[in-house]
Design a protein around this ligand. Structure first.
Ligand code: FAD
Length: 378
């Protein structure tokens, strides 16, 4: 059983770990000279933690992170519209939301994964069929035969573009900023203005992870622009502690034009399976992109055999769930980023009308409910 995983991002590494645990011989090809993950913080929701449990990493990730102290949604002036009770979420899900530095999460996966071949950009894949193995060609002239190829090469996947030419990313028209700061938070959550949104979450060591999403047309266009200065000016009048966090930033600001994927009709072709952002890149509004990639990794390793027809079971198990998360995330982003003052007022009134007791329950459909062990990772 030979698998080639293309891409050593969070999804590819998780897939390599899951397949190796099922007895596959795994080759991981990464085009970067060193596998690494830029990024400020990352939120691991309970469904992500359950998938990490299945990879043997759940406890390590929980121990390395900070559990969200409770949050909700506020207006730009700081008026709470809704609150998510962390204890209620934990009661329903068995876990809170764990926040940790993204490079640390990537390093944990890397340490648990089979060795990564770096500087190996995949240029072409022959998908193979029931009788013929797939062949993965890299830019150093290497040709790797495989019973299974995992396309985990991100939203602009080269593997996907050859076999699914009509499946292309779409820009959302919004730009995300991510940063961390030496500031200890009392409360996290997201704040919605008229078109902009800002999130705050606690990181270990008394630090804060801040993300902001603004319309791309209003964001600095050149990476050399002073993104931090721009953000400080843009958010100067937002509620505390947003300006204070921005004053305490001591890491580079990451700027990211957001994209999402038009959903493919299937996630498999020949012996190729799509996974992670290559299959379902979504807006980051619900913090579900990596969570769904981890669930893909667990699902694929449980369903795949050397018979490529087994990939249909992976598709049936994972595609509807991940696509539902992507749709929900897109809708959440659209509502959070409404600009018209009237629409914003109506939205705020509607969000404020949702009782606090319903907030955690409202996430059951997205996160799934931990019932039996088998259920946990589905
Ligand atoms: C602003 C923002 C905030 C987010 N916050 C969260 C969050 O809090 N929680 C959460 O769960 N998710 C979050 N996400 C989503 C999450 O970051 C992604 O879904 C996840 O990182 C995708 O991982 P991936 O491995 O599928 O793809 P990628 O991270 O894109 O990795 C792809 C890898 O493939 C490599 N590669 C590309 N092409 C080739 C090739 N031809 N040959 C070999 N290698 C190749 C790349 O170098 C890269 O290492 C967020 C996303 C954004 C944009």
């Amino acid at each position: 059983m030979r698998a080639v995983v293309v891409g050593a991002g969070l999804g590819g590494l998780a897939s390599a770990i899951a397949l190796a645990r099922q007895g596959w011989g795994v080759t991981v090809l990464e085009r970067r000279p060193a596998p690494a993950e830029a990024g400020a913080g990352i939120a691991m929701w309970p469904n992500a933690l359950r998938a990490l449990d299945a990879l043997g990493l759940g406890e390590q990730v929980r121990a390395a992170g900070t559990v969200e102290i409770g949050g909700g949604i506020r207006t730009a002036s700081g008026r709470w519209l809704s609150r998510l009770d962390a204890a209620d979420l934990r009661r329903r899900q068995g876990d809170g939301v764990v926040l940790l530095p993204r490079p640390e999460l990537h390093a944990m996966l890397r340490a648990a994964a089979p060795a990564v071949t770096t500087g190996a950009g995949v240029v072409r894949v022959e998908p193979g069929d029931e009788v013929t193995p797939a062949v993965v060609h890299d830019d150093a002239g290497g040709a790797h035969e495989a019973d299974l190829v995992v396309a985990a090469d991100g939203v602009r996947s080269i593997v996907r573009s050859a076999s699914w030419p009509s499946v292309t990313p779409r820009v959302t028209g919004t730009t995300a900023f991510r940063l961390t700061a030496a500031h200890e938070l009392a409360e996290g959550g997201e704040s919605w203005g008229g078109g902009d949104l800002v999130g705050l979450a606690p990181l270990p060591g008394g630090r804060t992870y801040l993300w902001a999403v603004v319309p791309t047309g209003e964001a600095p266009t050149d990476p050399a622009d002073d993104a931090l200065g721009w953000l400080r000016r843009r958010l100067a009048h937002w509620h505390a502690p947003i300006p204070q966090v921005l004053a305490a930033v001591d890491t580079p600001v990451l700027v990211h034009r957001l994209e999402e994927l038009r959903p493919p009709r299937t996630w498999h072709r020949g012996r190729i399976a799509l996974l992670g952002d290559a299959a379902h890149a979504m807006t980051p509004n619900l913090g579900q992109g990596a969570a769904q990639a981890f669930l893909d990794a667990v699902g694929l390793a449980e369903e795949a055999t050397t018979d490529p027809s087994s990939l249909a079971a992976y598709d049936r198990r994972r595609r509807p769930v991940a696509e539902a998360a992507a749709r929900r995330s897109r809708r959440a982003g659209q509502v959070a980023e409404w600009r018209s003052p009237l629409a914003v007022a109506v939205r705020n009134a509607l969000v404020a009308a949702v009782p606090a007791s319903a907030a955690a329950a409202g996430l059951d459909g997205l996160l799934g409910l931990p019932a039996t062990r088998k259920e946990l990772v589905r």
